[in-house]
Ligand binder design. Structure first.
Ligand SMILES: [Mn+2]
Length: 341
């Protein structure tokens, strides 16, 4: 995105934030560090400049991110709040589709402006104002630029939330998405008072022994194939029940497969235990890749989406069937690039 276009979008967002006194900040379903860090930073900013802010999500905040909400309230809602209307603005952060925000959002179209700030390639541009930059390593990077260029500046608390947003999405500045711009944003956040070691400790050093047991089970099942360029492992619902863990425990787990020398396309197949009273939801497949391979293309074969190099899909089948389907698709994907070793 050209600098002028980016500046224009940023100014338009700031103008709406300045003008409207009621903000509804929405993080995406099954929230991650990026969406929660951005939501928390905007919510703190709103409170600081005397806006009436509601921070909401379809799902609760996972325990590992609860430190981001210190002193804040995340409303867990299954639909848009009734009384939200004309005088407000809705800000969706890191959310590629309306379906991932709050049910009923579409009904507010034309009533109150929807700002869509995101870096997903497959963003559906559902907002009235769509600031979409797939080249940003995290939505946190975009919100850092937004706040640091605003007349309100950045407090230490807002900066810490945005730093966590960034490092949770860009692998602590290690993924291919990391750029000079990412580091410039980090500089602004450190200037505002962030301690990188404390932020990393809060984010990374909070595992339960059960999570390590779960990871161990997956790791012992590693299968490498397609000339050592592909790797998979899997977890069954019994694994989650026996280790006392839930779906949040698999976050980033697939990345370990990418640490095997030569592996360029990896997948984790997880059969999450169904929530009370719900039917089995199928098997969740998390996919990662290195260029030239595209995790997103593999996921798309099964109706999934995400980023080029980090993507996912859900397959309505048993773990065994899912493994067979995903392995076939991965082999097919890499076979088109046999010259690349
Ligand atoms: Mn993100």
């Amino acid at each position: 995105m050209a600098r002028e276009e980016r500046n224009g979008l940023r100014e338009a967002v700031l103008e709406l934030l300045r003008e409207k006194d009621k903000w509804l900040v929405i993080s995406h379903e099954k929230p991650d560090g990026d969406t929660l860090g951005c939501g928390a930073a905007l919510t703190r900013l709103g409170g600081r400049i005397s806006k009436d802010v509601l921070f909401a999500c379809m799902d609760p905040c996972p325990d590992k991110y609860s430190f981001l909400l210190d002193g804040l309230n995340l409303a867990v809602l299954d639909r848009m709040p009734e009384n939200f209307g004309h005088d407000g603005v809705i800000i969706c952060v890191d959310t590629s589709t309306m379906a991932r925000s709050l049910p009923g959002l579409a009904g507010l179209r034309g009533t109150c402006p929807i700002i869509n700030i995101d870096h997903h390639t497959d963003n559906e541009r559902y907002g009235d104002l769509n600031w979409i930059e797939p080249e940003a390593s995290a939505t946190g990077e975009m919100v850092t630029e937004l706040l640091s260029s605003s007349p309100w500046g950045l407090t230490g608390g807002e900066a810490s939330a945005l730093y966590v947003a960034m490092i949770s999405d860009n692998g602590s500045f290690s993924f291919a998405s990391t750029t000079l711009r990412s580091h410039r944003c980090a500089m602004k956040l450190l200037e505002a008072g962030v301690s990188p070691n404390l932020a990393a400790e809060e984010l990374e050093s909070n595992l339960s022994p059960g999570v390590l047991s779960l990871w161990g089970r997956a790791m012992t099942r590693t299968v490498i194939f397609a000339d050592s360029r592909c790797a998979v492992y899997w977890l069954s619902k019994e694994d989650f029940l026996e280790t006392g863990t839930s779906r949040g425990a698999t976050e980033n787990l697939v990345n370990f497969l990418m640490r095997i020398k030569g592996v360029k396309l990896a997948a984790l197949c997880s059969e999450f235990p169904p929530k009370d009273g719900e039917a089995d939801a199928g098997v969740r497949v998390s996919i990662r890749s290195r260029p030239p391979f595209k995790a997103r293309e593999v996921a798309a074969e099964f109706g999934g989406g995400g980023h080029d190099l980090a993507s996912g899909c859900t397959i309505a089948a048993s773990v065994e069937e899912t493994l067979s389907l995903i392995r076939d698709e991965m082999e097919r994907h890499v076979s088109g690039y046999s010259g690349d070793r």
